[in-house]
Structures are given as C-alpha cells and as structure tokens.
Design a protein around this ligand. Structure first.
Ligand SMILES: Nc1ncnc2c1ncn2[C@@H]1O[C@H](COP(=O)(O)OP(=O)(O)O)[C@@H](O)[C@H]1O
Ligand SMILES: [Mg+2]
Length: 361
C-alpha cells in the first residue's frame, strides 16, 4: 500500500499542453476517482502515474519515492483497462498466473495467489475456460484478478466497466467497492460517469480540459460545488441553470430575480464583491430541490412539456422562456394531463454563478 503525490504535473505533446499543472495528494488506502467529460485528460493523467506516458513537468511520488523516471514495472502499480487485454489462447488460470510466471515467481506462491484471487472474485469454477468462453463481466473479473495477483501498492483503473451493459455495470461497481474494502489498497479509478464517481470514491477529482476543477468527497461536491461546471457535472438529472439578475443589493444580501419570470424573487446573503445591482447571473437549482407550491421562498409556474413517471418519482420537463427545466417530484402520476405546474424555490437550495461560471457566495 502507498500514498501518491502529484506536484504541478504537466503533459505536453509538442507545443500542445494537455495537462496544465495538476496537484493532488492521494492517501494510503484511499479510493480516488478522476471524472470529467471525454477528452479532458483523465487517461493521460492516469497513464503518467502508471509510467506509460512521460511526465513533461512536475513531480510524481509513490510511497514517498520520486518515480518520474522509474519504469512502469518498478512502480508497484497494476492497471486494469477498458479493453480487458486477456491472452485469448490462455485459460483463465494461465491468464492470472502469466505475469508471476514470467517474473520467475516461485511456483507454489503463484498457485497460492491465483487460488486466493479466484476465491475473492468467485471465478474458481471458470479456471479452465478461455476468454472467449466467458461473458463480458467474467472477462472483466479476470482482468481485475490479473492485477490483484501482482499484489500492487496501487491499482489504476481506466474506465473498466464501459464495455458492460447497464445491469452488469452496477453489479461490478459494487464488487469493486467490496474489493477495495477487502484489500484496503490505494485505488485510482477513471470514469466519465458521475454516478460511478459518486458511488465508488472516497475522493473525487473533477477534470475539465486538463485542469482540476475541484477535489472533494462525493457529497461535498454535490452540496458545495466550486463552480458551475462541477455543479452541472455532479448530480443526476443535472442541475438547472436559469437566467437571473441581481435586482437589489443591501447589507450583504442580494435579491435575485429570474429573467424569464421577474415575479420570482429570492433574497440571499452574498459576500462576493463582484456582484452589483443589475448584474446578469445564473441561478442553479437541482431538479430534486423544488418543493410544493407555497412551501419555499418563491413560487414558479411553468408549462409542462413532458412528464416521465418512474413509479417512485416523476421527472417533469418544463419550459421557461425557451429554456428546458427539469423538476423532480415525488410520484405524481396525474401530472402531464395538466398544462402548468407550480413549484417553489428556496434561497437556501439554490446556487449563484457569475457569467464566467464562478460560484458567488
Ligand atoms: N498521443 C497523443 N498526442 C496528442 N494528443 C493526445 C495524445 N493522446 C491524447 N491526446 C489528447 O489529449 C487530450 C486528453 O486525452 P485523454 O487523456 O485520452 O482524455 P480522457 O481520457 O479524459 O477522455 C485529448 O484532447 C486528446 O486528443
Ligand atoms: Mg480516457
């Protein structure tokens, strides 16, 4: 087991900079998830940690040792990819033992480790099969097993569940969580799926275009996003962003009105000196944070566009000044027959952002 430290890590391909100085501390035994949209640099960052990509600038330490120029095989890491990369002509057992055999590990120890891993992953009965005789989920389990037998100090996962169907993804997600509890090994996991990030991570690192936007525990990101990007990325369905402006500013309190319904006024404390009266801003509210009409600080009436009824909950897609709005209501089957819906907003459950997406507090 080991802790990791990234200090001002930069990656450039020629003149093109992909990672712009990443700083991150990963504690021993921590489960860290890198999340962000496709192309934001998650894999590049992970591959630099693995030693599969050169580090252009900055320092990477694993277990207190500077490893910038250490070979991948000598970093004490094991990596699991989206493509399982199993040897098709070898059995499950041979796939699991391959690396140890190549390293000349004692036979008895190799057999013991392979047996142990097969038990942990419940694949003992599959040992004589070849990869093509396995389901996608079983193959992914073998790929993970191949990483475990190496008994690494750090596991690195790059979108390991992307090739699985939705149901299996949920199941494997739970298994990976259980595995982390059981092994207690440091894990770094890359995904573009915010649900995976929220459910797996001790600590989430949100990336955008090669920059770390925020680092925090899943619910801290949900409750207290640093900016509009993180606010929109964490949570499902995503946060609504409504055009608004500051109507009044008095004694550290701002009164905000919605641009498309100026009768909707919310008053909240704002210490940010950037805000002045008349400033156009964005008001963020999560679909699940609307309440019953009359129960919040200001009521809003919208035209219902589409109502989705999931049994336990309903998603109402509504229209406000040409912008789509998603409202989550506890099971409300009759909705959709009505033309309009009135809900309530509370100042304490909304977020303010400036035109650049910076959070106003
Ligand atoms: N070998 C390379 N040469 C040039 N650009 C690359 C190379 N590999 C990745 N990139 C670019 O780096 C950026 C980040 O890629 P990547 O780390 O794969 O993103 P992610 O894993 O978040 O989807 C992308 O814009 C990609 O085009
Ligand atoms: Mg990637």
């Amino acid at each position: 087991m080991a802790e990791l430290s990234l200090s001002n890590i930069v990656k450039r391909y020629g003149a093109f900079e992909i990672i712009h100085g990443a700083n991150l501390e990963v504690k021993d035994g921590e489960f860290v998830v890198f999340v962000g949209p496709s192309g934001c640099g998650k894999s590049t960052l992970l591959r630099m940690i693995a030693g599969l990509e050169d580090i252009t600038g900055g320092e990477l330490t694993i277990g207190g040792r500077l490893v910038n120029d250490v070979e991948p095989a000598d970093r004490g890491i094991a990596m699991v990819f989206q493509s399982y990369a199993l040897y098709p002509h070898l059995t499950v057992e041979e796939n699991l033992s391959f690396g140890l055999r190549m390293n000349g590990n004692p036979k008895a120890d190799t057999e013991r480790r392979v047996r142990h891993v097969a038990e942990i992953l419940q694949i003992t009965e599959l040992m004589k099969r070849r990869p093509k005789q396995l389901s996608g989920g079983q193959r992914q389990r073998v790929a993970i097993g191949r990483a475990i037998v190496r008994e690494p100090q750090v596991f690195l996962f790059d979108e390991p569940l992307s090739n699985l169907d939705a149901e299996l993804r949920v199941q494997m997600r739970v298994e990976i969580s259980r595995l982390h509890k059981q092994l207690g090994t440091t894990m770094i996991y890359v995904t573009h799926d915010q649900t995976e990030a929220m459910t797996l991570a001790d600590k989430i690192v949100v990336l955008r275009a090669g920059n770390i936007e925020q680092i925090g525990a899943p619910l801290d990101l949900y409750d207290d996003p640093a900016n509009q990007f993180v606010a929109g990325f964490v949570g499902s369905p995503k946060m609504n962003f409504l055009k608004a402006e500051v109507a009044e500013l008095q004694a550290g309190k701002a009164t905000v009105v919605l641009s498309d319904d100026r009768a909707v006024r919310l008053t909240m404390p704002v210490s940010d000196p950037v805000v002045t009266s008349g400033t156009p801003i964005t008001l963020g509210i999560r679909p699940e944070h609307f309440s019953e009409a009359g129960q919040g600080d200001a009521d809003l009436t919208v035209a219902v566009d589409v109502a989705e009824h999931l049994g336990n909950t309903s998603y109402i897609y509504a229209n406000l000044g040409g912008e789509q709005l998603i409202i989550e209501r506890p099971e409300s089957r009759s909705l959709g027959k009505t033309e309009t819906l009135t809900v309530s907003l509370s100042a304490g459950r909304t977020f303010l952002f400036d035109a650049a997406g910076k959070r106003l507090r």
